[in-house]
Design a protein around this ligand. Structure first.
Ligand SMILES: [Zn+2]
Length: 390
């Protein structure tokens, strides 16, 4: 158990560990932001009326790929997430105990978040999720066009995440792979100066996914976004990381197409696999800043301001320092309770601000919650809508 947690009895069960992590997050948040427990508030205040689903928009941002509490919510980590602590959490309902019982690989875990079912396919295979995605439920039930939902994904391996292999569905989200777009835009001589933006996968250099799926090609995207390829590469030159490139593309999508359901998967912090702690910390700090930037883009865009609910949640955590079978922050291989006990913040119209929910929920609850908010039925999803925010 990491030293920053309160003293615990010797060996805790996964459930006890999750409860302790949840308790710590609540206490630290209470100290840092004055957040109150939801149970106390619910007893006092009636549920506020939510804005009408008409015109409502939803952004899902994954705070990926894998941060621990030591570097985020614990006292020593809080300096890495100033934007979450001072700008976003005070406006959010914050779930302290979101447990992920699935496979801890980034693509399969993110796909599970998007289907509401623990997907079991090989993380390193270019396959679609087995169960319908949130994008398919959204489009089929609400009769939405292809331009109304998008995924901006961090690596080529995510190119099939937009729609499942389930035959009765099949019309999902367009997937934008910013690194692939950038690579396509560059002449072979120019790729060297963009290397820091092009690295595709932090976990295994051997992984070279086959590209075929619903991903969008460069000329098509340039056309949709009214963006010249020259402007795109010129802008990319000033960006520090792949996640900055993803957020740049996401903001362009918001400006030009204003999709109602936009999913942005951040991934910079997974550079931790290389074993360099300072790069991992930089990744967390950048993710913190980018989450606040995304919310600013919401508030400054009339298509989104006042009618957007934003969900921010990690795909999962990383290994603890004290688990002998792992190597601390570097990987997420032990499957221990700490790396499975994540969190989620929800903000937007009708969502209670500066409130903490302690009860255990699952990462699978995201899709049914989005269904309750947007008005579609996530019929294959195994989670439950989170009543605190619907
Ligand atoms: Zn990883």
């Amino acid at each position: 158990m990491p030293s920053g947690y309160p003293p615990m009895r010797t060996r805790l069960s996964p459930r006890q560990t999750a409860e302790t992590v949840s308790w710590s997050r609540r206490e630290f948040l209470h100290a840092a932001t004055g957040a109150a427990a939801a149970t106390a508030l619910f007893a006092l205040a009636p549920v506020p009326a939510l804005a009408s689903p008409r015109g409502r928009k939803v952004l899902v941002v994954t705070f990926g790929g894998g941060a621990r509490d030591e570097e985020t919510f614990m006292p020593d980590g809080q300096e890495n997430i100033p934007h979450l602590l001072t700008e976003l959490i005070p406006r959010s309902t914050f779930f302290t105990q979101v447990v992920n019982h699935g496979i801890l690989g980034h693509y399969v875990a993110t796909a599970s978040l998007a289907t509401g079912v623990y997907e079991t396919f090989n993380n390193f295979a270019a396959v679609p999720p087995d169960h319908p995605t949130v994008f398919e439920y959204f489009r089929r039930d609400l009769k939405r066009p292809a331009t109304d939902t998008w995924v901006v994904a961090p690596s080529n391996g995510f190119n099939r995440i937009g729609e499942s292999g389930e035959r009765s569905y099949g019309h999902g989200a367009g997937v934008v792979l910013p690194k692939r777009l950038l690579a396509a835009a560059l002449s072979s001589g120019a790729t060297l100066e963009y290397q820091h933006l092009l690295r595709d996968n932090y976990e295994t250099p051997l992984y070279a996914p086959e590209i075929s799926g619903n991903e969008v090609e460069l000329p098509q995207l340039a056309d949709l976004l009214k963006l010249s390829v020259t402007d795109f590469t010129a802008h990319a030159r000033n960006l520090a990381s792949p996640d900055e490139l993803s957020v740049y593309v996401a903001k362009e999508l918001m400006r030009q197409l204003a999709p109602s359901l936009l999913w942005i998967t951040l991934h910079d912090m997974d550079v931790a696999h290389a074993g360099c702690y300072s790069l991992y910390i930089e990744g967390i700090q950048r993710t913190d800043r980018l989450c606040a930037e995304i919310w600013k883009a919401v508030e400054s865009n009339p298509e989104y301001a006042g009618k957007t609910t934003m969900f921010v949640l990690p795909d999962f955590g990383r290994d603890s320092d004290l688990d002998a079978s792992g190597n601390g922050f570097q990987h997420h291989r032990t499957g221990d309770a700490l790396s499975r006990t994540t969190w989620m913040m929800v903000m937007g119209p009708g969502v209670r601000e500066n409130v903490v929910v302690d009860r255990p929920v699952q990462s699978l609850d995201l899709v049914p919650t989005l269904g309750a908010l947007l008005g579609f039925s996530a019929q294959f999803a195994q989670g439950r809508p989170l009543t605190e925010v619907t």
